[in-house]
Design a protein around this ligand. Structure first.
Ligand code: IMP
Ligand code: MG
Length: 180
């Protein structure tokens, strides 16, 4: 922990804004071409990391949306999703709804695969994933990511909602870390 400092910027605030707008346009197009384009889309944000991406994304969406939040405990052993638990559940049911899970980063995919299995069991009409960052090189469990802003490599990143020991979520740009 000591000696870990902020490293260089990986994605500037401007680059992030441009990608968020582009992904939002993709989502607008896809959901406006549904059989019932006026049906609410439930955006499920996974706390805490997803809150900044969600806030920016929703303001670029032109489809009817409602937002809900889910909090998950981290998994114990890497390589399994054993020990993953829901700490805060959704406040509304999602049966028959079009659900879009909004994530900060999909890394191993363990957290997300648990979330998807859990939400799928509630009988949504559709269930898709939108992530700010996708680290496909570290994937252990395959998960279908429909929308992504950026692909990243192995190096840990912070900012724009992502933390290191709960710090640096507030940075408007994404940084690499030094000394980790
Ligand atoms: P996964 O279950 O391995 O896909 O990882 C899930 C969670 O780990 C993410 O939602 C983040 O909260 C956290 N995480 C993974 N990589 C990073 C990173 O580079 N920076 C900050 N948090 C990360
Ligand atoms: Mg997360």
């Amino acid at each position: 922990m000591e000696g870990v400092t902020l490293g260089p910027v990986l994605f500037t605030a401007e680059a992030i804004a441009a990608r968020v707008r582009a992904v939002a346009e993709q989502i607008n197009r896809d959901y406006l071409s549904r059989e019932d384009p006026g049906k609410d889309v439930v955006l499920v944000s996974v706390l805490k990391g997803g809150f900044i991406f969600l806030a920016d994304l929703v303001r670029c969406l032109e489809i009817p949306v409602v937002v809900d939040f889910l909090a998950i405990s981290g998994y114990g052993d890497r390589g399994t999703s054993e020990g993953v638990r829901i700490l805060k559940d959704l406040s509304e049911g999602i049966g028959g709804k079009d659900v879009l899970v909004v994530e900060d980063i999909v890394d191993t995919g363990l957290t997300l695969s648990y979330i998807l299995r859990n939400l799928e069991a509630r009988g949504p009409d559709s269930l898709r994933v939108c992530t700010f960052l996708d680290r496909a090189v570290k994937r252990i469990v395959p998960v279908e990511v429909r929308y992504r802003c950026f692909e990243v490599g192995e190096d840990f990143v912070v900012g724009y909602g992502l933390d290191y020991n709960q710090k640096w979520r507030n940075l408007p740009q994404v940084h690499l870390l030094r000394g980790r």
